[in-house]
Design a binder for this molecule. Sequence first.
Ligand code: C2E
Ligand code: CA
Ligand code: CA
Length: 550
Amino acid sequence: MIDNSKTLLAALTVYRGSINLVTACNDAFTELSGLTSSVIRNSNLADKLILDKNDHNGNLDTLFDDAMHSEEGIVTNAKIFNQFHYTVGAKLHCVYEGCDIFSLYFSASENKSVDPITRLPNGWALISRINYLLENSRIALKNMVLLILEADNFSAINFRYDYVVGDQFLSLLGQRLQSLVKSFGFVIRFSNAKYAILIEDHENLPELILKRRIELICQNLCFELAKPIVISDELAINKSFSIGVSAPGYEYHSYHAMQIAAETVKQKAKKYSINNYFIATPEPTEDYLRHKLIIEALPKAMSRGVIDIHYQPQYDMKTQTLVGLEALSRWTDQSLGVIRPDIFISIIEEIGLHFEFDLWVFEKVCKQLTLWQRQNIHAPRVAINVSFKTMEMSTFIERIKQILVATGCPTHFLELEVTETASINNTKMLSDNMLQVKALGMHIAVDDFGTGYSSLSLIRTFHNSIDKLKLDRSLVDKVCHTELDKNFIKHIIELGRILDVRVLAEGVETVQQLELLVELNCDYAQGYYFSKALPLTEVIDLIKHDTEVV
Ligand code: C2E
Ligand code: CA
Ligand code: CA
């Protein structure tokens, strides 16, 4: 019954009976849907096709009625279920052939479910597939596990080679993922070098077994992805990957929550390790909501000055006099309550607000120091936390200078505390900016020293610009535990001497720790033994009581 002049189009023949039975299909339809003709023939049309809700009320009977009364047939929008049960958009031409038989011709409209570079399904297809599974009660969300996988720093490929190589990389990576995952997962590409794999557990496995299975899949992926992607005989590209996985066996309240969970742990994988995976632990729904609410509330909290600065005193080890203050942000939201700084700082970094936020704190502290000066309050040097990411910005120095001029704050009151990160992208800019910070008269301290893996190479490179190393709390915490821990700190302090930088111990909580650190010749200390971070009024009392400017 299919019109041969139109056979280049995907086509179906349908017999309208108690169900709309597909009686024939052409090759173009099997190609479009990815289904075999034996699956299509004798199936119910309603399982293979949905009409756009806006046309014919989404109702096939209405379409057929209309087609029976139109000589040219009816042209409308439809979606075809393909082999993965995600839908492919198409223009549909329905022609009545008589005797309750209809011919349906499809021309695939822009196929919004396929990624043009890799030919893999995309994020839209993934949602469509999940909806299909949920709506048809095939499996519940707790039987789905989402892996999000991303090549680290993919844009470097486009910059180093060109976009053609970048596209080839993405396409080959897609193929590799698909061949690794084979039939047990649904591979899609979201964007750039970000892919997802949906693993469906149709057997309703016990949580532990499902988790073990997922771990094996992740381990295999990490192993296989460590092998280079071969672009040509001359070019093979090695990239590291970060994988985040939603909590296996956990019933998320929505697909969106599941995706956020996988994304969040993927960020963690990216931050802490190379070629590794993190699996989310089940968390109450409120945490995701809270995360979202924090993101929404943050810009307002900054603009309305709701985030406050507290100051934690720093002391000279030997004389136990006040030598500095560390500015630490405190945020209490009217409805969200107290939001811990490590939580909102990581969100700030995640949404790319770190530059503006660090400068906002810098300005607030400068204003405070200028005010103290006018009020004859002799404050010691104040340390401000600034991420390396902020410091390597090309406009950093210019913005700092503007703030210094606008507030009139003397630079010798200021110290910038930088925390090393796994990814310093622009060492040249960072090094220039550090030198300029020094030239302006400010001090630089390296925060959390002894935790990151680039500590040593970092201070080796930048020791001329660094004034202080801040020994991380986790090391100080152990100093009294074993001889090894004590020796560890002893040698860091000696390293400070060699490099001519002072050493401050963070998180000093007990007199035993303090005494041992004095014995080891540590210069300064900060921690609950002395004081927690204090609000403005309390820190003013403290400054008035005991001050010595360094
Ligand atoms: P950090 O820079 O390492 O700051 C020291 C953290 O240790 C502070 O936590 C401080 O309250 C806490 N602390 C100090 N002494 C002790 C002690 O004896 N024992 C224990 N257990 N903890 C101690 P806080 O204020 O919660 O800040 C957490 C992190 O958030 C900071 O770690 C810093 O990385 C970040 N942060 C806080 N405020 C800012 C800010 O204004 N800008 C930026 N960029 N980061 C900030
Ligand atoms: Ca700090
Ligand atoms: Ca620290």
